[in-house]
Design a protein around this ligand. Structure first.
Ligand SMILES: [Zn+2]
Length: 133
């Protein structure tokens, strides 16, 4: 059996010796476990409720998605996502390719690959610029 100094135990006035039966470490571990178990139960409960109340669930979702706060959150999320995505080399290469194809298709022979300099393109008699970073 392990022995621990008294200061390793929380106080509990309802106990004869005035101390918790579990030491501090053990009660910490125990409440962590309890929390995780409760969390699992809560999630299960919500899932169950949603399954049994599809109408209400749909309604709640609609309300949530219609709320200003949610829209703002979504917009902010997308903005951040795009900000990161547009900084990848993959995106830039993709965009270069896309712009090339787009202009070539749109101008049908009026613009040729050789006339696309990468940043400026001569299209007809006009100089077009497009964003290539
Ligand atoms: Zn212990």
């Amino acid at each position: 059996m392990e022995t621990k100094p008294l200061r390793e135990f929380h106080k509990n006035k309802t106990k004869k010796d005035g101390l918790q039966t579990m030491c501090k470490d053990c009660s910490k571990e125990n409440s962590k476990k309890q929390y995780m178990e409760d969390r699992k139960k809560r999630i299960k409960y919500v899932e169950n409720w949603q399954k049994n109340n599809p109408e209400k669930t749909r309604e709640y979702r609609r309300k949530r998605e219609g709320s200003r706060k949610y829209k703002e959150y979504k917009r902010e999320y997308m903005r951040e996502y795009m900000r990161r995505y547009t900084q990848t080399e993959r995106y830039r290469e993709h965009r270069r390719q896309y712009m090339r194809e787009y202009y070539l298709k749109k101008e049908e022979g009026r613009a040729s690959e050789s006339r696309l300099t990468g940043v400026l393109a001569v299209v007809g008699n006009r100089i077009r610029s497009f964003v290539l970073e």
